[in-house]
Design a binder for this molecule. Structure first.
Ligand code: ATP
Ligand code: MG
Length: 591
């Protein structure tokens, strides 16, 4: 993908200079102790995410808008830091009144409404564990997660409860309380959120919290199989704070919009915690994707920093850059993306549409925060995930026969992406799955202990990381190891291609042959002519061995609810194999 020109930037034109002026210098001087020292710590000792995010700011910045909620109908509600703190305090007290003890799990099944943020902060302050679920989940995925997490409280709405929870309520044996947000009649066996809140005092003293106390339980996206419940601790806030500044360029006073749903780790780490800790106004936007209303929101809310995902970028590309250019966005300074590889086409499209490249970054539920990123100060190599943040040691590694791993030093040689253990937001467990957790770590032949990500990548001579694919998705064909991302990125260059997923299909001669599934933009016809065009493009850029042998057209590709293309499902359907865990599958659009 190095045929794409490097995107150089003129930093002098930015309204605010980037937090990091030089990544190498920042890496050299960075220590986690210094990052921790930027936070306050609890007055009574220890470290608590809620204190760092909200309560500590009240004395000096109580009237700062902590959260601006934009409702589906366009209603805008500003909530100051002091107000958010009081509401969170009420929730902390309400949990106490309900007999919920520190360490117990509080689940949230809500859309993007202010009660979610208040509830998560209140839960963390009370030293209980917050676990937000995606509100579009059906009854079975909800039951599975609350059961794994032994949820004692569920906060939801009456309609979500009736549709999704009532049918499974008798299976949720750990659940003691259901709190209903919103007006209307309470379903049987539930309590009004508003009532418990108004009965609770609005002052609360955050108890001493051990930085290693469990704080958040997040389930993985389920792209490769059954979702895992990753456990994160209060100490993670050190990383949430630092990485928000480094990778998202969050600066005090910014207006920041993270489009991820809090049901996924991005929506909590960077949708709630990181902006609040860094004194940034978080825009909490209730509605789902619609290109036009998104652009209008960026304009009207004068968003400075925007964090979104490749799936949204692809949808915006489908709607055309022309539409984006109708909106003037002079306040927008930095745009970033996470969740899937961002094709070079997507990076460059940002320039066409907003005058700003899109900065890809890489992390996982397990890493708890961004670890590899394209920083505001860095030239972008389109298609690369960027470089490791200060405090992060990353490499691609080779597994040895004795089970240890060796960092690969040859540039461009592929290996498993791995991180040296020790950053604060690293998961502390997969809940109730010790063996699966233990498999994520290995001793290095260099004497260090490594976390193994399950993704395959390579590192170029300048230290930029390039995603190749998930280990499960990497294709072995005619003696070559090929990552789907490279093939997909070339097909994405065709103006008619909206989405593409590439798999390996077993073949007696070549081991595997490459097959591509393509969804076209409106106005383009699937058929033999299009297939020939795409094959021609692929052969030209990839050569005959790496170009797909087969191309199928689909109206859209199967995706997880967090927007990731499910290659394993494309493959299972192609081969007539069992479809596996589909609890996070996004329903396919009705046509
Ligand atoms: P599961 O672990 O349940 O299969 P998942 O891996 O999709 O699901 P997440 O933790 O939400 O669950 O996603 C992390 C994964 O997403 C990464 O391991 C990687 O495969 C992919 N990913 C995230 N960001 C990027 C990126 N910038 N480039 C390429 N891949 C990315
Ligand atoms: Mg994963």
């Amino acid at each position: 993908m190095d045929r794409w020109p490097v995107v150089e930037k003129d930093l002098s034109t930015l309204a605010r200079p980037p937090v990091v002026a030089d990544l190498d210098a920042e890496r050299a001087s960075f220590t986690w102790e210094a990052a921790r020292a930027r936070l306050d710590g609890l007055p009574g000792g220890g470290l608590n995410i809620a204190w760092e995010a909200v309560h500590r700011h009240v004395a000096a910045h109580g009237d700062r808008v902590a959260m601006r909620w934009v409702g589906k109908d366009g209603t805008v509600v500003d909530i100051t830091t002091a107000e958010l703190s009081r509401r969170a305090n009420r929730f902390s007290n309400a949990l106490g009144a309900l007999g919920v003890s520190p360490g117990e799990r509080v689940f949230f099944l809500l859309g993007r409404v202010p009660e979610l943020v208040e509830g998560v902060i209140g839960t963390l302050a009370a030293r209980c564990v917050a676990s937000p679920l995606f509100s579009a989940f059906g009854p079975d995925p909800i039951a599975a997660r609350i059961t794994i997490g032994e949820g004692v409280v569920l906060v939801t709405t009456a309609s979500l409860y009736r549709k999704k929870v009532a049918p499974i309520r008798d299976r949720l044996t750990s659940l003691r309380h259901v709190l209903i947000v919103g007006e209307g009649e309470l379903p049987e066996g539930t309590t009004s959120f508003a009532e418990v809140m108004s009965a609770a005092p609005d002052t609360f003293e955050v108890p001493p919290t051990d930085p290693e106390d469990m704080a958040l339980l997040h389930f993985t996206s389920g792209t490769t199989g059954k979702p895992k419940g990753a456990v994160h601790v209060h100490q993670a806030v050190v990383h949430h704070a630092a990485s928000g500044r480094f990778a998202l360029d969050l600066q005090e006073g910014d207006v920041y919009w993270c489009t991820a749903d809090p049901g996924w780790v991005t929506g909590t780490s960077y949708g709630i915690v990181s902006p609040l800790v860094n004194g940034v106004t978080l825009l909490f936007y209730e509605a789902e994707f619609d290109a036009e209303t998104w652009y209008r929101t960026l304009q009207e809310q004068r968003v400075n920093v925007w964090y979104t995902a490749p799936t949204a970028v692809r949808m915006m590309m489908k709607a055309g850059a022309e539409l984006a250019r109708r909106y003037a966005l002079p306040d927008l300074r930095f745009v970033a993306s996470v969740g899937e590889p961002l094709n070079p086409e997507g990076v460059m499209w940002g320039i066409e549409a907003f005058g700003l490249p899109i900065h890809d970054n890489w992390w996982q539920t397990e890493t708890g925060g961004i670890v590899i990123a394209n920083l505001a100060c860095m030239p972008i190599r389109p298609g690369s995930m960027g470089r490791p943040l200060p405090g992060i040691d990353a490499a691609v590694v080779r597994r040895e026969e004795d089970g240890r791993v060796t960092p690969i030093t040859d540039p461009d040689e592929q290996g498993e992406l791995a991180l040296v253990v020790g950053w604060p937001s690293m998961m502390r467990a997969y809940l109730h799955e010790e063996a699966r957790y233990a498999k994520c770590f290995a001793e290095g032949t260099d004497g260090r202990r490594w976390y193994l990500s399950g993704d395959v990548a390579k590192v170029d001579a300048d230290g930029y990381f390039w995603f190749v694919g998930r280990s499960d998705d990497v294709i072995k064909t005619s003696g070559h190891l090929i990552g789907p991302f490279e093939v997909e990125s070339v097909l994405m260059e065709h103006p008619g291609v909206a989405e593409v997923g590439v798999i390996g299909k077993p073949d007696p001669v070549a081991m595997e042959v490459i097959k591509a599934f393509v969804a076209l933009k409106p106005g383009y016809e699937p058929g033999e002519a299009m297939r020939r065009e795409l094959l021609g493009l692929a052969r030209k850029h990839l050569g005959a061995v790496v170009a797909p042998k087969e191309i199928d057209f689909l109206p859209s590709l199967p995706k997880t609810r967090s927007g990731k293309i499910l290659r394993r499902l494309l493959k299972a359907r192609e081969l007539g194999l069992p479809e596996g865990d589909l609890s996070t599958l996004e329903p396919e659009p009705v046509r």
